[in-house]
Ligand binder design. Structure first.
Ligand code: ADP
Ligand code: ZN
Length: 449
């Protein structure tokens, strides 16, 4: 196994692929350029949409002579991928494809992605980096509660766990009682799930009288696939007695493993030898200097079956290129604060669901279970309602306490957002739970008017 242990500070920092994860930047950029040129050539010659887009901009593969030329290339949007359903974006014939996945596609057709043998191999390698960064080795038992199926989560985490030699338990989502039983009986040390499902499992464990300190061996958890705040992270760590790592990815670029945290938890290291990162203004598409908050744009550098040029992720973050104490030289993206298309505009004010989550989780007595409902009121004004569960203990205090809590949360939200919201503190376990990605926002404005 190519695991090294650099002598660095107090934290144990294992690195799976020392060569690529700690490559000096000039060398890394050289490698990126070489791979970018190959990717552009592949896109231009094998994917009709890219030829069309590049011809329209008057740019040819040979025009890419430095990383700065990236800006000459066209963007790719979710709609481009959707319009080419199912296989028109594939750069390899079907007989070279060994796997397909698809995004959830809640509206209309999903986006279908394909993988060659080499693509699956790179993905497994990148996931092995993720596990190793958190100190997971062949000695671990990995409980994988991400959904298996067309969703990339299940198999993405699965192959990475096998690559580091850990014993993987492929449970998938659902049947929460059984999941807790397996934690106990198999002695799982590592948990993979969405942050919202981790909380459902924590709740289930408590209901079964299972104490995470006394009865479980969970040590590390990898959570992602949906936005989650630092407050939510603390909540999960406390309830499950583990160290939570943030992991990011998206179907269009591969699946989970585009970036993830190291033990310093100061941003998610991007595997820059496989993905080129930029930040743009979400409204104008103009390039922003790295380090500014904006929409992240990604270009794949090694993918064979589904190469992607300048993909507009819609995810808001900023990039830190400073050297991390773990020894990796790769840039780090900061925790995603929301998707540009998750942003709610309520009475002209920009509101991110994560802002509401942060406030809720600072109030003792409330649970991290909430729903945000936006509608248009009688006077055609936007109406924001937040439903949130309280703890059993708090609920037992009666109506007066509930009303006070509603007032308090309303005031705190007004302070942060600058607008009024109607608050309903509801009894424990009354809001719907999810086994995968949580649905926190219900926007009825389009629907009802
Ligand atoms: P789907 O389109 O089916 O929802 P994906 O799993 O590909 O499928 O979703 C990818 C999106 O999930 C990302 O673009 C991002 O918005 C969100 N996401 C993934 N990981 C994280 C994370 N760690 N933090 C915040 N958001 C995340
Ligand atoms: Zn680091």
């Amino acid at each position: 196994m190519r695991v090294n242990k650099p002598e660095l500070g107090a934290k144990q920092c294992l690195i799976w692929d020392q060569e690529h994860e700690t490559m000096p930047r000039p060398e890394l950029e050289e490698l990126q350029l070489e791979r970018l040129q190959k990717t552009v050539e592949r896109c231009y010659t094998k994917v009709p949409l890219y030829k069309e887009k590049m011809d329209a901009l008057g740019v040819k593969p040979q025009d890419i002579n430095s990383l700065k030329d990236l800006g000459k290339l066209p963007f790719t949007t979710k709609n481009d991928l959707r319009d080419n359903y199912p296989f028109k974006m594939f750069a390899e014939p079907l007989d070279r494809i060994i796997r397909m996945h698809a995004s959830s596609g809640t509206t209309g057709k999903p986006i279908v992605v394909g993988y060659t043998v080499n693509d699956i191999n790179s993905w497994s390698e990148l996931m092995a980096r993720v596990y190793t960064a958190a100190g997971v080795t062949q000695a671990d038992i990995v409980h994988n509660a991400y959904g298996y199926g067309l969703f990339t989560g299940g198999l993405g985490f699965h192959y990475g766990a096998e690559r580091v030699g850990a014993a993987v338990v492929p449970v998938s989502g659902g049947l929460s009682k059984r999941q807790v039983m397996l934690w106990q009986d198999f002695g799982a040390t590592v948990l993979m799930s969405t942050p919202s499902y981790a909380l459902v499992l924590a709740e289930q464990a408590k209901e079964m009288g299972v104490d995470s300190m006394r009865d479980l061996k969970l040590r590390v958890g990898f959570f992602g696939a949906e936005p989650w705040t630092l407050e939510m992270k603390r909540e999960i760590e406390e309830k499950l007695n583990l160290e939570a790592f943030d992991i990011y990815g998206l179907t269009e670029m591969m699946g989970p493993g585009v970036s993830s945290e190291c033990p310093y938890h100061d941003g998610l290291h991007i595997s820059e030898d496989h993905f080129l990162v930029e930040t743009v203004d979400p409204d104008t598409g103009e390039s922003l200097p790295l380090g500014s908050l904006g929409e992240m744009v990604l270009t794949s550098l090694t993918k064979e079956a589904f190469p992607v040029l300048r993909y507009r992720t819609r995810d808001r973050t900023f990039i830190d290129t400073g050297i991390c104490s773990c020894g990796r030289t790769t840039a780090r993206m900061k925790r995603i604060t929301g998707r540009t298309d998750d942003m709610l505009i309520i009475r002209g004010v920009n509101v991110f669901p994560s802002q509401i989550e942060s406030v809720i989780l600072t109030l003792k007595g409330l649970e991290p279970q909430y729903v945000i409902v936006v509608d248009r009121g009688a006077s055609y004004m936007d109406d924001l309602e937040v439903l949130v569960e309280c703890t059993e203990k708090f609920h037992a205090q009666g109506d007066e306490a509930l009303e006070k809590m509603q007032e308090l949360l309303g005031a705190e939200l007004h302070h942060v957002l600058g607008i009024n919201a109607r608050i309903k503190v509801v009894a424990p376990k009354t809001l719907q739970r999810s086994e995968g990605k949580a649905k926190r926002v219900v926007d009825l404005r389009e629907l009802n008017h």
